[in-house]
Design a protein around this ligand. Structure first.
Ligand SMILES: Cc1ncc(COP(=O)(O)O)c(C=O)c1O
Length: 418
């Protein structure tokens, strides 16, 4: 475990690499190596959150906040109603320890079976505190210390710290640009005898791409052949928290349909825009060979307990059925996307047209996203520089900003394009 920043990308050292080096140099520390490495992977995000102009002005009155996917409008009535109803105890066990409770488990198995046209059993569903805990559970269930895991770049900035904290080795593989599709050649080249998992995130944060069946089938074929070649099974983790946030009827295909060794993680935090109310699950592909499926099914309880009781709290579990049909307004989200895209493109911004998620991803005018973000920040408009995704020429906008924030911010974006 002495490796620092394995990467198959041909590029200069990033802040993460330098952070890892610093972490290694700080040998006189009470922190475990895995904690230091996890913290180092998170340096850029932490600096932005705490020590940038955004860190100083976040939450100030009048700020137009396009950074993290947090809500900026009042919570959905359907969510509040469900929580309020379930707050009232109906029996002495109401707030007893909860595991993956039978009712929500069966409900999710049925609803997911319909959504993905696969036959999930209740035992395939492990209820978790959001996608975060489901991802950590997937790592813990099938990986061992030192295993390599391929993650996308640009991609969600928590994969690498989470892997480091679990003594696993992130292998960062670039998506193909400018379209940000999966780069199958790069994935194939990154596979070594130590590779045990590939993370696929569709709809993709930050680009909004939704991968086609053809691409995912090609990936499944590649992983099958590579697993045979290295003599060990490579798992696929399908990170799907944005699965229901798609535009223009773009179809969604889960890799669980195409590659039996797939684990799906999901979160209700995105569709409800309530990431502080932790609820999600890990689902085992029903296509997994039966002995392996049963082995995983029977391990989830003890593994989740041993990870620190990562089950959702009682009220969230009671609310699962009621929350199934509650969602942010997808039409309003599409309207925000169109309003921003059309305006930005008219002023010369080069943007990716997202097929899903609530993000916009594009190239910063002038090519330096940090400088661009600072220019906007002077006018209290905050975007996320691509440095957080190891893509310093790009920036991300979260459309969870209110429509009013968007209108106030547009002239600032216009001026920054000049
Ligand atoms: C791609 C991706 N995966 C997983 C998560 C974690 O979701 P949650 O906080 O709802 O558990 C996020 C949250 O931003 C995400 O963007």
């Amino acid at each position: 475990m002495e490796q620092i920043a394995i990467t198959r990308e041909d590029r200069k050292p990033t802040a993460t690499d330098l952070g890892l080096l610093k972490a290694k140099q700080q040998a006189m520390t009470v922190l475990s190596q895995r904690s230091r490495f996890a913290a180092a992977e998170f340096t850029t995000v932490e600096d932005f959150f705490l020590r940038s102009s955004y860190g100083e002005a976040r939450g100030a009155e009048g700020a137009c906040d396009f950074t993290f996917g947090n809500p900026h409008e009042m919570p959905l009535a359907g969510l509040v109603d469900a929580l309020a109803r379930n707050l009232q105890p109906q029996n002495p066990d109401w707030f007893a320890y909860k595991i993956s409770e039978p009712e929500p488990r069966a409900f999710i198995a049925e609803s997911l079976s319909r959504e993905l046209a696969l036959n999930f059993e209740p035992e395939d569903i492990a209820l978790t505190q959001g996608a975060f805990a489901a991802i950590a559970l997937a790592f813990r269930l099938v990986l061992d210390a030192g295993d390599e895991v391929i993650i996308p770049v640009p991609g969600w900035f928590c994969y690498a710290p989470m892997l480091r904290a679990a003594d696993l080795v992130p292998v960062k593989v670039g998506l193909s640009e400018p379209d940000f599709d999966l780069d199958l050649e790069a994935i194939a080249a990154a596979i070594t005898p130590n590779t045990r998992m590939v993370v696929v995130n569709s709809p993709h944060n930050p680009t909004g791409r939704v991968y086609s069946r053809a691409q995912l089938q090609a990936l499944a074929n590649l992983l099958d052949a590579a697993s045979d070649r290295i003599g060990a099974r490579i798992w696929l983790l399908s990170d799907e928290p944005y699965r229901r946030l798609r535009f223009d009827n773009v179809p969604f295909v889960s890799p669980a349909e195409l590659y039996p060794w797939t684990l799906i993680d999901y979160s209700y935090g995105k569709v409800l825009l309530a990431p502080g109310q932790r609820l999600g699950y890990l689902a085992i592909s029903p296509l997994l060979p039966i002995e392996q499926r049963q082995e995983l099914q029977s391990a989830t309880f003890s593994v989740q307990m041993s990870m620190g009781w990562t089950f959702p709290n009682a009220i969230m579990q009671y609310s699962v059925a009621a929350l199934e049909t509650v969602s942010i307004d997808l039409e309003a989200l599409a309207a925000k996307r169109d309003r921003m895209l059309h305006s930005l493109e008219q002023w010369g911004y080069k943007m990716v047209h997202p097929e899903g998620t609530f993000y916009l991803w594009g190239e910063a005018p002038g090519g330096d996203a940090v400088r661009f973000a600072e220019t906007l920040a002077v006018q209290s408009v905050f975007v996320m520089p691509g440095t957080l995704f190891e893509r310093p020429r790009h920036f991300r906008i979260s459309l969870t900003a209110s429509a009013e924030m968007i209108e106030r911010a547009l002239p600032v974006f216009r001026d920054a394009a000049k």
